[in-house]
Design a protein around this ligand. Structure first.
Ligand SMILES: Cc1cc2nc3c(=O)[nH]c(=O)nc-3n(C[C@H](O)[C@H](O)[C@H](O)COP(=O)(O)O)c2cc1C
Length: 170
């Protein structure tokens, strides 16, 4: 029996979580700050599990740990914005990867139609309303419908092998 056929018969795997994480560290990805709002609560978190889903209609997804504060804010607020960081914004990536006391007071931004912060100086920004959500292990996949898209000519910030790097555009 082929390995693929065996996997179809037995979906359980014995992959070591450390081996899985080591492999995923080699997956370089753009760095995004996911912003969200529910009433007076505004939050932002760094995420790399972000992906385009569909162009017509324009849909994107972001995968959030249920233990994050952002998870509840996105779920209850019904909206999020994706701020694709530029190469000179690794300080914001580190700041929004923190857990507590995050404020936008010192982060230049404006509020989008969704009510979520759109951070200045990004490579691109997408303002989204929540379209659907799907449970996946310890995380939830949030699918958003894009209300507004903006792009700059700044080079994107990338994360891989536990390091940030700028991606020079051609
Ligand atoms: C480079 C990088 C990428 C990350 N990507 C994700 C992600 O895709 N999904 C996620 O749930 N957490 C991700 N995290 C962890 C969150 O940023 C972190 O848990 C944060 O404290 C959550 O903030 P919150 O609790 O205020 O929402 C990432 C962290 C870093 C440094």
């Amino acid at each position: 029996m082929s390995a693929a056929a065996a996997m179809r018969l037995s979906p359980e795997t014995d992959v070591d979580p450390a081996a899985f994480k080591a492999a995923m560290r080699r997956h370089a990805a753009g760095v995004t700050v996911v912003t969200s709002r529910h009433g007076a609560t505004v939050n932002g978190m760094t995420a790399t599990a972000v992906c385009s889903v569909s162009a017509e209609p324009p849909l994107v997804l972001v995968v959030l740990n249920r233990s994050s504060a952002s998870h509840g804010v996105v779920s209850r607020g019904g909206a999020f914005a994706l701020n694709f960081l530029s190469e000179d914004q690794s300080d914001l990536a580190a700041y929004f990867a923190g857990r507590d006391g995050k404020s936008f007071d010192a982060v230049p931004h404006r509020i989008g139609a969704s009510g979520c912060p759109l951070i200045e100086g990004c490579a691109a920004r997408l303002d989204c309303v929540l379209e659907s959500q799907h449970n996946a292990g310890t995380h939830t996949i949030f699918v958003g419908r894009v209300l507004h898209a903006e792009t700059s000519d700044r080079a994107a910030l990338v994360y891989g092998d536990a390091a940030f790097a700028g991606l020079r555009t051609l």
